[in-house]
Design a protein around this ligand. Structure first.
Ligand code: NDP
Length: 452
């Protein structure tokens, strides 16, 4: 009889957990997987996927306006939130089923319930105990809330996909990915949007030029920005109006923001509470995330952790890679680790931003000499549409080696264009090699090979 019930028990059926289970099972491991909510996790159920579908839905607002300059006369257009919301939610249901059937076809045993560690080899799921040689924690993260009175009046990105109706006004707290993505979606759908951030920085970590361009375009579209605006207190009147008290400081007067809906988009803390981690002795970082080494191993030799719960890079494709590496390492006789440098990313704002490698300021701080190439242009389609919205592409080159060390784009389809460019940056191609590449004309992406 086997020493353990399973070779591998995975807690959390999100992107990292599902990939790791499936790969481990493919290598012949006996795999158990526990999920307390829905299979698919944040990305599929309440994150990247439904968000991107809302971005598509919202973008029609601009397309339908622009269509007129291309000869299309669309009478009586109107928008039906219920239709978009319900279609998006049905797609999420479909994907969840697809994920479940992948698990079944790979012989992964799914346990629907909350898993808690009882000891380093034992997991309890709703009263049932399972032992496993190795355990993977892939429990993800959850939306953070304000440390102020009335914080329960704010909704989070979990709720936004289920709104009964669109509000007239929304205040979005935060200046990161989620704030800028939903600001774009709501603005396109005709909602009055204010972004209120505690500091004076939007999208920390992104290149300042593309962030400034996004802020400029967003402002022209009617999105309002409020900086250095921490919340002191949130209340709701009998008439449903939410009032947010923003304290004054020094010369700056305090103010009260009124809104119909408040969305908190202020980061995502790791899901580590109540999992038995402390009891088993798994070390956590100061922010509550699990500490792991390059191989995603915790301080307990048979317990691993991947994805948001480790707060290394909170991105789905990174969690997937990490989960895959752990499975290959433990069960595939193929140890490898994930390279967390040079991870491309995108913000699905209107227009989107995409980025890879060093920003200009990071490059100036870390390299001897840096050359910056930019192209500031209006996409052909925007010109004919009479849409005064300019794209900005920036390439960062290490002067000593001529290698491309960073690329930052804002403009239509920037994330689609970035994926190919990220290969060049990751591969360490030189600016000369980029210049030797012949343009595809007429495209926006050709700007990348025409910057001199
Ligand atoms: P981000 O980390 O992107 O941004 C958090 C924002 O909230 C910052 O502007 C930060 O301000 C502010 N903030 C942090 N704590 C507080 C607080 N206590 N009170 C008020 N403001 C606060 O977080 P998001 O929630 O937008 O997204 C979470 C993560 O999910 C992202 O980091 C990203 O990794 C991932 N994600 C990725 C997406 C994509 O790939 N397209 C889409 C959505 C999410 P300051 O900068 O001043 O600290």
């Amino acid at each position: 009889m086997a020493e353990f019930d399973y070779d591998y028990f995975v807690i959390g059926a999100g992107s990292g957990g599902v990939r790791s289970s499936r790969i481990a099972a493919g290598h012949g491991a006996r795999v158990g997987l526990a999920e307390e909510h829905r299979v698919g996790g944040t990305c599929v159920i309440r994150g990247c996927v439904p968000k991107k579908l809302l971005v598509y839905g919202a973008h029609f607002a601009e397309d339908l306006v622009d269509a007129r300059r291309f000869g299309w006369n669309i009478e009586g257009k109107s928008f039906d939130w219920d239709c978009l919301r319900d279609n998006v939610l049905s797609e999420v249901d479909r994907l969840e089923e697809a994920y479940k059937s992948t698990l079944t076809s790979h012989d992964v045993s799914l346990h629907e319930g909350r898993a808690v560690l009882a000891d380093k080899h034992t997991v309890e799921v709703d009263g049932k105990s399972f032992t496993a040689k190795y355990i993977l924690i892939a429990t993800g993260s959850h939306p953070g809330t304000f440390p102020c009175e009335g914080s329960e009046l704010a909704i989070t990105s979990n709720d936004v996909f289920h709104l009964e109706k669109l509000p007239k006004r929304i205040v979005i707290a935060g200046g990161g990915y989620i704030a800028n993505e939903f600001a774009g979606i709501f603005n396109e759908l005709g909602v009055d949007v204010t972004i209120a951030n505690r500091s004076d920085r939007l999208l920390r970590g992104y290149d300042h030029s593309v962030v400034e361009r996004l802020q400029h375009i967003s402002t022209v579209k009617g999105i309002k920005f409020l900086y250095n605006a921490p919340f002191e207190k949130i209340t709701r009147d009998a008439d449903g109006v939410i009032r947010i008290v923003i304290p004054g400081e020094g010369e700056k007067e305090g103010q009260v923001l009124e809104t119909d809906l408040l969305l908190a988009a202020i980061g995502r803390p790791a899901n580590t509470k109540g999992l038995g981690l402390e009891e088993v002795g798994v070390e956590l970082k100061d922010n509550g995330a699990i500490k792991v080494d390059a191989a995603s191993r915790t301080n307990i030799d048979n317990i691993y952790a991947v994805g948001d719960v480790t707060d290394r890079v909170q991105l789905t494709p990174v969690a997937i890679r990490e989960g895959h590496a752990v499975a290959d390492t433990l069960f595939g006789d193929n140890p490898w680790t994930v390279d967390h440098s040079c991870v491309p990313s995108a913000v699905f704002s209107h227009p989107p931003i995409a980025s890879v490698g060093l920003t200009e300021s990071q490059a100036r701080d870390t390299l001897g000499g840096v050359e910056i190439f930019t192209s500031d242009f209006r996409a052909m389609k925007n010109v004919l549409a009479d849409r005064n919205e300019r794209s900005l592409y920036k390439l960062i080159v290490d002067s000593a080696t001529d290698k491309l060390v960073g690329a930052h784009l804002i403009g239509p389809d920037a994330p689609e264009i970035m994926q190919g460019l990220a290969i060049a940056v990751k591969a360490g191609l030189t600016k000369k090699q980029v210049d030797e590449t012949i343009a595809i004309h007429p495209t926006m992406a050709e700007e990348l090979v025409l910057m001199r």
